[in-house]
Structures are given as C-alpha cells and as structure tokens.
Design a protein around this ligand. Structure first.
Ligand code: ATP
Ligand code: MG
Length: 340
C-alpha cells in the first residue's frame, strides 16, 4: 500500500443511553463504533460497506471531527488528530472534508449556491480572502461541472445530481487531501449515480485526493474502491483489496452480503449460491460476546462465543500468498466464491 495518509487505530464511539428526563442517569451505551482499525493510502479509495446501523456514518463523523471518539487514535500524516484542539485542530481539519448523503437536506435552502460553496471560507479565511471568494466559488462550480453563472441561485433550482455537485464543490473549497464521502450517491436516481461517481473519480486524480467512500451498494463500492472494509455491528470484520474481498471473501458475513448482490444474467443467477442470514442485527447497546456475528452465522461454534476473533490473516491462510491471504476476523475463515 502507498504511504498512509490516515491511520485509524482502536477507534471507539459509545453514545450514552440515559434514563429519566431531569437526572439523566446513564444506563448503558450504544456501541456505534467499537474498535475499528484501518489505513488509508495516499491517493487511494477505501470503501466501507455494511448494513444499516453498523456504524459507517459514525466512523465518517469521527474522521472529520463532527464527533469526538470515546477512545482510539486517528493519525493524519502521522499526527494524532484526536489530541489536537484550537488552531492546530482547525489546520488539520481543513485537510479532511466530508461529502454528505442527502443533497436535499444537507444544503441550506435559504442560502445561495455561492454562499453554500464559500461557507468554509468563513471558518478558514486564510484560504480565500473576502475579495477573492466569488471567483474561487465560480472556479469550484466549473470544476464540478456546474455553470459558474449559477452562483446566485438557490438549491431548489437544481436537480438531485446537481445538488450533490454543489455539496462536492463545498467539500473541495478548502483544498482538502482527504474526502470522506458518506453514501454520496445513495439518494440519487440510478441514472445519475454513475455521473457523480465519475466526477468523484476525475476529481481524485485532478486534485490528488484520498477517499473514504461509504455505501451499502456493493457494486458501486467495488467500482470505485482500491481496498474495502466490511463492517458489522461497530467493527470491521474483513478488509483487503477490491479483488480480495469480492473474489475471495473468507468471512461468512462478507460472503452473505455478496451473495445478495443482484446479478443481471439469469444463467449466472441460477448458478449462484444465496446465503440467507437468519435473525436480525443485534442491538449495538448489547452486542454478542466473542464474535459479534456468531448469532447469525451458520458456522458458529463454542469458541466464537468466548473469543473475539482478531482482524488478521487467518492461520490457515498465513502461509499462502495471493488474494486469499487478507485480514478476516473469523475463527473459521474459509474461502468461498459467492458471486458467479
Ligand atoms: N447521536 C447518536 N446517539 C445515539 N445513538 C446513535 C447516534 N448516532 C448513531 N447512533 C446509533 O449508532 C449506530 C450506528 O449508527 P450509524 O449512523 O453510524 O450507522 P450507519 O452504518 O451509517 O447506518 P445507515 O446505513 O443506516 O446510514 C446505530 O445503532 C445508531 O442508532
Ligand atoms: Mg449512515
């Protein structure tokens, strides 16, 4: 892997669960993110996939400092961002920007496009002094494929895809090195999704960006990612290159997720094996002991309830080279092709 621009270690975010309105007594915690490790290489795209509620957006918010972690380390170019405050924090935060899921609700309807895209300059005036902002904003609109003449229009005058371009322009305003995109195309029509994905890819090479790309659409993640992390209930259960994860999954959860990807070719659909998971995702306030996936796993044995599997190359694959030897948090990891 390229030299990491972001290193995440032991990242934890617990939201307190309280009872009572006046004396808010803490009765537990929602373990939204509960021990996440990954590296993001320079110029690379790391895809993060997983079912609703597994903690993807919480990871995103922690990375851009919209939330403070309960524990863990986020290093940007070797510097632990979680220890910074004040001016030093602002300087680093500039470099890690977010693109949000829903372009319909994430843009203030009462602000003009120019004010929305230029808003980050209010917090970082050093990037663009007042007199130069309009020009900068117009350049940004041009870069994302919007007419620079539109600066005085309002969000409702744009389509969903155009609004997401506005959100991307705002994300680029401070010339960040890392963009965290949380489901950036999920709210868009399928026909528009590819255009926005193509735009993100073009911007990546043009501005030398590194992406954390969060989505639950596995096909889009495969298309855009160099490496992929699969999340389940607050943890990453398997991680590897796009090829390792999609062609050689070894964690049962990844195998089940992939087996549910729609396959257009009817013959391939016939051949493929569907893995149906039983039961629901357990509550993150009370995750299962040992392996969190064991309550839905067809391979679970006693050991799985007792021992948390480490995210590492499983022992049976350690001596092999090639795509099967990648990190998988399973005591009984096994290679299995599920996508025809
Ligand atoms: N501010 C909060 N307070 C309490 N619990 C929260 C808070 N934010 C998120 N959670 C809980 O943390 C867990 C993870 O939420 P998160 O939004 O990170 O999931 P997600 O993977 O992004 O899901 P989705 O695919 O639906 O966007 C969920 O159980 C959620 O209810
Ligand atoms: Mg989310």
């Amino acid at each position: 892997m390229a030299e990491p621009i972001l290193e995440v270690r032991g990242l934890v975010k617990h939201y307190p669960l309280t009872r009572g309105i006046v004396l808010k007594k803490q009765v537990g915690a929602v373990k939204a993110v509960d021990g996440v490790d990954f590296d993001l290489g320079r110029g690379e795209t790391l895809g993060i996939v997983g079912e609703s509620g597994c903690g993807k957006s919480t990871v995103a918010k922690l990375l851009v400092n919209l939330e403070r972690p309960t524990a863990g380390v986020i290093r940007f170019k070797g510097e632990d961002v979680t220890k910074l405050s004040g001016r030093a924090l602002r300087a680093v935060r500039r470099n890690i920007q977010m693109v949000f899921q829903d372009p319909y609700t994430s843009l203030n309807p009462r602000m003009t496009v120019g004010d929305i895209v230029g808003e980050p300059y209010e917090i970082h005036p050093e990037v663009a002094p007042k007199g130069s902002r309009r020009k900068k904003v117009q350049e940004l609109l041009d870069v994302v494929g919007l007419n620079p003449e539109y600066v005085n229009r309002y969000p409702h005058q744009f389509s969903g895809g155009q609004r997401q371009r506005i959100g991307i322009a705002r994300g680029l305003a401070l010339r960040p090195e890392v963009i965290v995109a949380d489901e950036p195309v999920s709210a868009l029509d399928v026909s528009v999704q590819a255009q926005v994905v193509n735009l993100l890819e073009r911007l990546q090479s043009e501005f030398d960006l590194s992406y954390v790309f969060i989505a639950h659409d596995l096909s889009i993640v495969r298309h855009i990612s160099d490496r992929v992390g699969v999340m389940y209930l607050g943890r990453i259960v398997e991680t590897g290159t796009e090829e390792e994860i999609y062609e050689h999954p070894t964690h049962p959860y990844t195998q089940a997720l992939l087996s549910a990807v729609p396959v257009p070719d009817p013959a391939a659909r016939e051949r493929r094996e569907r893995i149906l998971l039983s039961g629901d995702v357990p509550s993150p306030a009370n995750p299962p002991s040992g392996c969190r996936f064991r309550t839905r796993c067809w391979k679970a044995r006693e050991r799985c309830a007792l021992e948390v599997p480490a995210l590492a190359v499983p022992a049976e694959f350690r001596l092999m080279s090639g795509p099967v030897a990648h990190d998988s948090a399973c005591h009984f990891a096994e290679e299995r092709h599920v996508v025809p």
